[in-house]
Design a binder for this molecule. Structure first.
Ligand SMILES: Cc1cc2nc3c(=O)[nH]c(=O)nc-3n(C[C@H](O)[C@H](O)[C@H](O)COP(=O)(O)O)c2cc1C
Length: 674
C-alpha cells in the first residue's frame, strides 16, 4: 500500500501533456519553472493575472489536479486572497503559499546569505484569509524554516500552526542534500495532514521513502525546465556550428509526434483534456448536457464553469482531487467494486445509454423540482444514500454530508456503519433516514433502531443485499480491513458493548472490529426477519437492494413503505443486472402501491431525469457525494449535490418539463445497446 502521489513541475500546456503522458498524477505550476519560461527571475515578478493565464492554458488540455505556487502571496494578505480567487476561477485545484518574506528568494538560491521568515502568527492570518476566500480550492501552506537554518522542531511547530489556521496540506522545503533534514518533519506532520514535498536537493532519494508516514505528494519541480535548457542548448549550438541537422536528428522527435501530442490535448472525445472540458463545459452560462462535449479549444475557465454550478456531479477532476487527498486504500475502498468491477461500471453505462425525447413548445419559464416523500417536503427527489465509514474521506464525516444535504432541502440516509453516531448527525439533518442491517446479534440492530427513533429519524432503511460481503479485489490487494481502518460509531452502542464484554469473557483478546465482523453480515436473514423489523417500528420502512420484481411484490405485501432498487453500487457482485435495467420490472410489479426509489450509478442530473422518467419516485446519490466530502467537507459535498440539482433543473427545461411530475415514460426515447 502506498500513500505516494507523484507530481511534475510544468509551465505550459505542452509540458503538462508530456508530464501527464509520463504518468504524473499532479501538475505543479512552480514559480521557478513558470518565471524561467517567461525569462524573468524567480522573485515574484509574475503578476497574478499572468499566472492565471498559464493555469487556464494548462487546464484546457488536462483534467489532472493542478497545484499552483503563489510564493508569499506577494507579501500581503490582500494579494494572497486575490490570487486565491483568480487561480480557483482559472481552474486550479490547489494554491501553495509560503512563509518567506516578499519578494521571495528561491530556496535553492543561497547567493545572498541568510534569510528572515514571516512571523508564524502573521502567516497563519494570511492562510485564514485565503481559506475564507476560496470556494473549494485547497490551500497548501509551505514553510521555509529549514531553509532559513531552523531546526526540524521549529518547522514542525510552524506547520502545526498553519494546519490550525485551516491549511489543507502542508509543505516543508529543505536545502540540505541529506534526508536527515527533511524526514524528521515528515515523520511528525504526515500522519496529521497530507504533505507536499519538492525534494530537489535529494536527487538520490526514492520518493516512496517520504510516504512511509502518511499521504505525501512528491513534486519533481524544475526537472522539465532543467532538461529543456540542457537539451535545447546543446542541440541549438550543434545546429548553429554545423549549419545542418544531421548530427542532432537522433535527438529530435519527428513532427508527427507534435501533431499527435496536440491532437491528444485538444480534440474533444480524445485524450485526457477532453474529458475535463466535456464534463465542465457550459454554454451561454447554462450547463450543457452531460454527454455534450464543450466547444473545441474551450477551457474550463473560458467556459465560465464554476464548481457550484457545473454540469456533472462526478467529474474526473473531483474524483482525482478526492483521491489525491485520501490514502490509497481509503480511496479504493470507496471507489472499488466487486470482482472485475464490471457490475459497478455497468450501472453508469446503462444510465448513460438512455436517450430522452423532449416535448416542445411548453412554457418552462417557471420550473420546480420539489416533491414530497412520506409526507415530508424535498427540494428535489434526491437523497444521499447510506454510505458507511465516511471518516475515511473527511474528519467531519456524516455530519458534513448530512448538513450539506439538509442545507439544500435534500434527504440524507445515515448508514448503520457511520463514523459518527446518530445523536451527532441528526441535528445536522433533522428527520434523516436511518439504514440498518439485521446483524447476527439482532439486539444490536434493535438498539440502533431505538436510538435513531429517539434522535428523530423519519424513516428506516433495511438493506437486504448483503448476505455475504462482496469480494472486492482492491481491498484484498491493499489488505484493507475497513473496521480496523475507521472504527464505526456502532462499536460504542451500549448493546454492542454489552455483548462484546460478554464475549470477551471467553475470548479476552477479541477486538471490537473482530466482533463486528463476526456479527455482520448474517446470511440467514429472511422474510420473517423483515416482518419482525416491520412490527418493531411505526416509521416508514424502505427495503434497499431489491432487483427482482417478485421480491419487490413480496416486500410490499410484507408491509414495507418503499422499495429501493440498488446493486449496492456494484460492490456486491460483478454479475448482477445493472440497477437501471432492473427498475422497469420492479416498477411494474409494484404499481402505485408504494414509491420505488433508485440508486447505483447516478452521476448527473440527466441520469436523475432519466430515472424519474422511467417512473422512480426519488434517486439516491452515492460516490459523487463522497468525492465532494473528501475534497471540501460540507462545502464540497454541497457542491456535488448542487451540481446535480442544477443539471436536473436544466435537463427538465430541455425536456419541456416544468415539474418533476412532468417527467414520464413518454420522454424515454430509446435505450441504446451497450
Ligand atoms: C463507501 C461506501 C460505503 C457504503 N456503505 C453502505 C452501507 O453502510 N449501507 C448500505 O446500505 N449501503 C452502503 N453503500 C451502498 C450505497 O448505499 C449505494 O447503494 C451505492 O453507493 C450506489 O452506487 P454509486 O455510489 O456508484 O451510485 C456504500 C457505498 C459506498 C461507496
Amino acid at each position: 500500500m502506498s500513500d505516494l502521489r507523484m507530481g511534475i513541475g510544468v509551465h505550459s500546456p505542452i509540458t503538462a501533456l508530456l508530464a501527464e503522458e509520463a504518468g504524473a498524477e499532479v501538475l505543479w505550476l512552480g514559480s521557478l519553472e513558470m518565471s524561467t519560461s517567461r525569462g524573468v527571475p524567480d522573485r515574484e515578478v509574475l503578476e497574478p493575472h499572468e499566472v492565471a493565464e498559464i493555469i487556464r492554458s494548462v487546464r484546457a488540455v488536462t483534467a489532472l489536479p493542478i497545484y499552483v505556487d503563489a510564493d508569499t502571496g506577494r507579501g500581503s494578505d490582500e494579494l494572497a486572497v486575490l490570487a486565491t480567487k483568480l487561480y480557483e476561477e482559472a481552474g486550479a485545484d490547489a494554491i501553495c503559499v509560503e512563509d518567506n518574506l516578499f519578494p521571495k528568494r528561491n530556496s535553492l538560491d543561497d547567493r545572498f546569505g541568510g534569510r528572515e521568515l514571516l512571523d508564524p502568527e502573521a502567516f497563519a492570518g494570511r492562510i485564514s484569509a485565503m481559506v475564507d476566500a476560496r470556494r473549494s480550492l485547497r490551500i497548501i501552506a509551505r514553510t521555509e524554516a529549514l531553509v532559513a537554518g531552523h531546526e526540524a522542531d521549529a518547522a514542525v511547530e510552524r506547520l502545526r500552526r498553519y494546519a490550525a489556521a485551516g491549511a489543507d496540506a502542508l509543505f516543508a522545503q529543505a536545502n540540505r542534500a541529506s534526508a536527515d533534514q527533511l524526514l524528521p518533519v515528515v515523520k511528525e506532520i504526515a500522519p496529521l495532514r497530507p504533505m507536499v514535498l519538492a525534494p530537489t536537493v535529494l536527487p538520490d532519494t526514492d520518493a516512496r521513502a517520504f510516504a512511509e508516514y502518511g499521504p505525501v505528494t512528491v513534486l519533481f519541480a524544475n526537472v522539465v525546465m532543467r532538461s529543456l535548457v540542457a537539451q535545447t542548448s546543446r542541440v541549438l549550438r550543434e545546429v548553429m556550428s554545423s549549419r545542418r541537422l544531421t548530427s542532432v536528428s537522433s535527438e529530435l522527435v519527428g513532427v508527427e509526434r507534435l501533431f499527435e501530442l496536440t491532437e491528444q490535448g485538444r480534440v474533444p472525445g480524445r485524450g485526457p483534456g477532453s474529458g475535463a472540458r466535456a464534463s465542465h463545459g457550459q454554454e451561454n452560462g447554462a450547463a450543457t448536457a452531460a454527454d455534450e462535449p464543450a466547444p473545441l479549444g474551450a477551457s474550463t475557465a473560458d467556459a465560465g464553469a464554476e464548481r457550484g454550478t457545473r454540469a456533472v456531479a462526478e467529474t474526473p477532476t473531483d474524483r482525482e482531487w478526492a483521491r489525491s487527498l485520501m490514502t490509497e486504500s481509503a480511496f479504493d475502498y470507496c471507489a472499488g467494486g466487486a470482482g472485475d468491477e464490471s457490475g459497478m461500471r455497468r450501472n453508469v453505462e446503462r444510465l448513460d445509454a438512455i436517450r430522452l425525447t423532449p416535448r416542445a413548445l411548453r412554457d418552462v419559464s417557471e420550473r420546480s423540482t420539489t416533491t414530497e416523500l412520506f409526507g415530508r417536503p424535498l427540494a428535489a427527489p434526491i437523497l444521499v444514500t447510506p454510505m458507511g465509514l465516511q471518516a475515511l474521506c473527511h474528519p467531519d464525516a456524516e455530519v458534513a454530508t448530512a448538513a450539506a444535504a439538509h442545507s439544500l432541502g435534500l434527504g440524507f440516509t445515515l448508514s448503520m456503519f457511520s463514523s459518527r453516531p446518530v445523536e451527532d448527525v441528526a441535528p445536522a439533518a433533522p428527520g434523516l433516514w436511518q439504514q440498518l442491517y439485521l446483524l447476527r446479534e439482532r439486539e444490536v440492530s434493535w438498539s440502533m433502531l431505538r436510538r435513531a427513533e429517539e434522535a428523530g429519524a423519519s424513516a428506516v432503511v433495511c438493506t437486504v443485499d448483503v448476505p455475504v460481503v462482496g469480494r472486492r479485489s482492491r481491498d484484498a490487494r491493499n489488505r484493507f480491513s475497513r473496521f480496523d481502518a475507521a472504527p464505526p460509531a456502532i462499536v460504542r452502542d451500549p448493546s454492542f458493548l454489552g455483548l462484546l464484554e460478554h464475549r470477551r469473557r471467553r475470548t479476552p483478546s477479541l477486538t471490537a472490529a473482530d466482533f463486528l465482523s463476526d456479527v455482520f453480515p448474517d446470511p440467514a436473514v429472511d422474510w420473517a426477519d423483515l416482518a419482525n423489523l416491520r412490527s418493531r417500528t411505526s416509521l416508514p420502512l424502505v427495503v434497499k437492494g431489491i432487483l427482482h420484481p417478485a421480491d419487490a411484490k413480496r416486500a410490499v405485501d410484507a408491509g414495507v413503505d418503499a422499495i429501493q432498487v440498488s446493486t449496492h453500487g456494484g460492490r456486491q457482485s460483478d454479475r448482477h443486472v445493472a440497477s437501471v435495467d432492473a427498475l422497469p420490472a420492479v416498477l411494474s410489479a409494484v404499481g402505485d402501491r408504494v414509491p420505488v426509489l433508485f440508486d447505483s450509478g447516478v452521476r448527473s442530473g440527466a441520469h436523475i431525469a432519466s430515472v424519474l422518467s422511467l417512473g422512480a419516485s426519488a434517486v439516491l446519490v452515492g460516490r459523487p457525494v463522497l468525492w465532494g466530502l473528501a475534497s471540501g467537507g460540507r462545502d464540497g459535498a454541497a457542491n456535488a449535490l448542487t451540481s446535480l440539482l442544477t443539471e436536473l433543473d436544466h435537463t427538465m427545461a430541455l425536456l419541456g418539463a416544468s415539474n418533476v411530475t412532468d417527467l414520464g415514460a413518454e420522454l424515454i426515447g430509446s435505450w441504446e445497446q451497450t
